[in-house]
Design a protein around this ligand. Structure first.
Ligand SMILES: [Zn+2]
Length: 133
């Protein structure tokens, strides 16, 4: 049983992987329970189960947005390059079709990427607390 605010991890690469996997599916990186999101984009301030804080300061998630933009762009560019090289689809059609695809893909990738970002922040936060104790 995880007590509120209790640190449950041992700092190791396997623990980081577990925390990242939990974040990837939208679970608390610390206890693995409950959803970390309270809507499509909004994040709980802390875990409803173990009360691990998810957001420490404003701007914590700028990196997650950046990773989402890079991942979405890379996927769209790679798929577009393959389509241009292997099909007769006009470039204008690909560009027009790419705009809604970018929006949809970025929306789909938002939660997994932000969940992983939360996991990394929680891991770092716990490591800092452990080292300062
Ligand atoms: Zn939790």
């Amino acid at each position: 049983m995880v007590l509120p605010g209790q640190y449950t991890g041992i700092f190791s690469m396997s623990n980081l992987v577990i925390m990242i996997l939990r974040g990837l599916v939208g679970s608390c990186p610390n206890c693995g329970k409950a959803g970390i999101f309270k809507g499509l984009y909004a994040l709980h301030k802390e875990c409803p189960n173990c009360h691990t804080p998810f957001e420490r300061m404003v701007g914590d998630f700028t990196g997650a947005a950046y990773v989402n933009v890079v991942a979405t762009s890379a996927i769209v560019v790679l798929v577009s390059m393959v389509l241009v090289a292997t099909t007769e689809i006009p470039l204008a059609v690909l560009l027009l079709a790419g705009i809604p695809i970018i929006v949809i893909l970025a929306t789909i990738l938002h939660k997994p990427i932000k969940g992983v970002w939360v996991a990394i922040l929680v891991y770092i936060d716990q490591m800092e607390r452990e080292n300062s104790a």
